[in-house]
Design a protein around this ligand. Structure first.
Ligand SMILES: CC(C)(COP(=O)(O)OP(=O)(O)OC[C@H]1O[C@@H](n2cnc3c(N)ncnc32)[C@H](O)[C@@H]1OP(=O)(O)O)[C@@H](O)C(=O)NCCC(=O)NCCS
Length: 262
């Protein structure tokens, strides 16, 4: 008997994909309701454009884990945006490995959006979440390589023999309309997106109570992202804020410094 069943996410599975990530006690919070809706729109549109966005692992009838991906068309690589086995009782049984192996097999097939060729590699920014086995350790165990020696999180898995992933160094190009305001860029493929956006807004309003804030959906407003090159999570007065918003002291110091610049 198969130990777990891997299913490609179709329209009917989008809510299962969303709610695998949101703990039940948070599902009615307004920021998670909004985040779930943003993800629903992203998933439906991406399914229509690319035919696939994620795979879910089922243990019996219950969803136990997910792997989510999207093409990076300009680099001809498939980006894994998340792998997650949320519940401890389902971890360390091979669910994560089964999801990744299913994606690797799938990725070897031609894709219409890569001109009927397979991608050259899987790439991922393997960020960590406190309390969980780190994604980057998992991927390194699974044969991924570092794209840049001194960056432990940017990893790739070549699908073409001899392929070496060389990430382009992007730069944020502020626009004239960014002066005197804050921009928050969010990725709607994560259902925590609006929760994080609210946290950033709160940190901003402590440092600069009257600062106007513009929130940009990075999937639905791609032109806004493209014209600014490499979008940070937050920019103030045209300057990217590098400190993470939970690092309040440094985040607020950077905000104040950005506002004193002309
Ligand atoms: C990474 C993750 C997906 C692995 O899932 P999993 O189903 O537990 O992993 P598997 O059972 O398939 O194990 C795969 C490998 O990782 C190792 N591994 C997994 N969890 C481990 C742990 N806690 N400690 C040490 N090794 C571990 C396994 O030993 C195995 O290696 P092996 O083949 O050499 O034995 C899971 O731990 C997870 O979800 N972590 C959080 C990831 C995250 O932050 N996602 C973003 C959420 S927003």
């Amino acid at each position: 008997m198969e130990f777990c069943k891997i299913k490609d996410v179709e329209l009917e599975d989008v809510d299962a994909l969303i709610y695998l990530c949101i703990p039940p006690e948070r599902r009615d919070f307004p920021s998670f309701v909004e985040g779930a809706e943003a993800k629903r729109r992203w998933a439906r549109k991406s399914l229509e454009m690319f035919g696939g966005v994620a795979k879910i692992a089922f243990l019996g009838d219950s969803p136990a884990g997910l792997i989510q991906y999207q093409p990076k068309l300009e680099d001809k690589v498939l980006e894994i945006t998340c792998i997650f086995v949320p519940e401890r009782r389902n971890q360390q049984q091979g669910v994560g490995k089964s999801l990744l192996n299913a994606l690797i097999e799938d990725a070897k097939k031609p894709k219409h959006y890569f001109g009927d060729a397979p991608p050259s590699a899987l790439v991922t920014w393997a960020f960590g979440v406190p309390g969980y086995y780190p994604q980057n350790m998992f991927y390194l165990k699974m044969g991924f390589k570092k794209a840049v020696e001194n960056n432990p999180f940017l990893l790739y898995y070549p699908l073409k023999e001899g392929y070496v992933y060389q990430p382009k160094a992007g730069k944020f190009t502020p626009q004239p309309e960014d002066k005197g305001k804050a921009l928050i860029f969010y990725d709607p493929s994560c259902p925590f997106c609006m929760y994080f956006t609210e946290q950033i807004k709160a940190a901003l309003s402590e440092a600069a109570p009257n600062l106007p804030v513009r929130v940009v959906n990075m999937f639905e407003e791609q032109e806004e992202v493209k014209k600014r090159g490499q979008a940070p999570i937050c920019a103030v007065n045209g300057k990217p804020i590098t400190a993470f918003f939970l690092d309040k002291k440094n985040f607020q110091r950077e905000v104040e410094e950005a506002l004193t610049e002309t």
